[in-house]
Write a protein that binds this ligand. Structure first.
Ligand code: CTP
Length: 407
């Protein structure tokens, strides 16, 4: 699992996710989902429809730790409990159906309780997450689209199927979505929606300052920390605007991504979304300077252009955090990051003031660049200070959002 998606937060310890698996070639991919949610600290139970059992076995799900695994027909006297049709709905906090077949989607839309999984879905008090997988003609059929529309109108989260070639050889939209989308939709169904109704901007990754037609000035930021903040805010119900430098990680489709290259482009993109936002988290490792390009910046600078070497002049870049924090409305909250080689605590306190931020999270260069976890010193404008040692970046993201929300 990518480091920015590995959420093992306290928030869902002891929670159970129920996975419904329908008949589809993609049924085998549901096994990876069981693993991923378990790695996040959830307990997972499963129901395999009779059609699903033609593709995958209950034993495989049980061997991977799914418990219980329901397979018995709805009215089977041999079923382990007479309440198999109710139990997941009473015990699990999230219900994800992946892959969801056209038949099960139709049952769910009609509230038809003639099959175990459909019955469990009917007895579930929340709204299920549905990840359809089927032939493109079946997916685009007006009947399926009407059923999906109905389920959406009842609040179901639909993880749109992907486009491409399906197992039957047809091209189009219909194959099971990227598993990361389904994994995150399951977590979102469990996460506290304490950021619902808010919009958050996150800057992330490095910037790249071009010098000639080939070369540029940059730094080794991977954008993992910022991606973890963006995903954490989205899981908690926020709308998220991610302003991403080059090479930053994959983000779910629910997050609006603004790809930029240079510091100036990042400022431009951030400035255009900032007035719409309630909070900004500035994690990007923005280049503070850009090399002043040679006369013909589009051309490759040749060895023969400077046989004895040459000097490059660097011009300052705008400070994005400081610019936007200075001009913010009183209701907008701002968190910054600080990457330091020494004097961490004093630098964090200094940047709180100089950048006009509400909160600054600082780390030493060796603790935060290119790693999955981080040791940070956090301070806010009211004087509260904390040190978080060797926390995953996803935990740092979760905690910093809680802190920012509470201010
Ligand atoms: N930042 C920014 N725009 C810049 C430089 C920094 O938005 N041109 C933001 C970063 O995203 C981070 C914070 O400012 O949230 C601190 O960045 P950092 O690189 O630690 O500090 P600098 O402002 O670059 O200052 P210095 O180089 O003196 O440490």
């Amino acid at each position: 699992m990518d480091a920015h998606l590995a959420f093992r937060t306290e928030g869902w310890k002891g929670k159970r996710l129920h996975l419904g698996v329908c008949g589809s070639v993609a049924a085998y991919r549901a096994l990876d989902l069981v693993r991923q949610w378990q790695d996040a600290g959830l307990s997972v139970s499963a129901t395999l429809t009779p059609a699903a059992q033609k593709f995958v076995t209950p034993l495989t799900f049980a061997a991977l730790g799914a418990s219980p695994v329901y397979t018995a027909p709805f009215d089977d006297a041999q079923a382990p409990t007479p309440f198999a049709h109710l139990e997941p709905g009473q015990v699990a906090q999230a219900l994800v159906i992946a892959p969801a077949s056209a038949a099960t989607i139709a049952r769910l839309a009609q509230g038809q309780a003639d099959e175990l999984l459909a019955c469990q879905a009917l007895a579930f008090r929340g709204t299920p997450v549905i990840a359809p997988a089927m032939n493109p003609a079946m997916w685009s059929h007006p009947a399926t689209q009407a059923n999906i529309g109905l389920l959406r109108s009842r609040g179901c989260a639909v993880v749109e199927p992907g486009c491409g070639r399906t197992a039957c050889g047809d091209e189009g939209q219909g194959r099971l979505a990227d598993l990361r989308e389904i994994y995150l939709a399951g977590l979102r169904a469990l996460a506290p929606q304490d950021m619902a109704g808010t919009r958050v901007m996150v800057t992330l990754g490095p910037t790249r300052e071009h010098w000639d037609g080939l070369r540029f000035w940059t730094n080794p930021s991977t954008g993992t920390m910022g991606a973890a903040v963006a995903v954490a805010a989205w899981l908690r119900g926020a709308r998220v605007e991610a302003v991403c430098g080059p090479g930053t990680p994959w983000l779910p489709a629910g997050i609006t991504r603004h790809n930029v290259v240079s510091a100036r482009q990042m400022l431009e993109a951030a400035s255009s979304v900032w007035p719409l936002c309630d909070a900004g988290v500035f994690t990007a490792a923005v280049a503070d300077f850009s090399p002043v390009p040679p006369a013909d910046a589009a051309r490759k600078f040749k060895k023969s252009d400077a046989p004895d070497g040459f000097d490059v002049h660097f011009a300052p870049n705008p400070d994005i955090l400081k610019t936007l924090a200075t001009s913010r409305r009183p209701d907008q909250k701002v968190a910054g990051f600080a990457a330091e080689s020494q004097g961490l605590e004093d630098s964090v306190r200094g940047k709180l003031v100089s950048k006009k931020a509400d909160l600054v999270v600082g780390n030493l260069l060796q603790d935060g660049f290119g790693t999955a976890d981080n040791t940070v010193f956090v301070a806010d404008a009211s004087g509260r200070e904390e040190r978080w040692t060797r926390l995953s970046k996803t935990d740092v993201a979760w905690r910093l959002l809680s802190w920012l929300l509470s201010r």
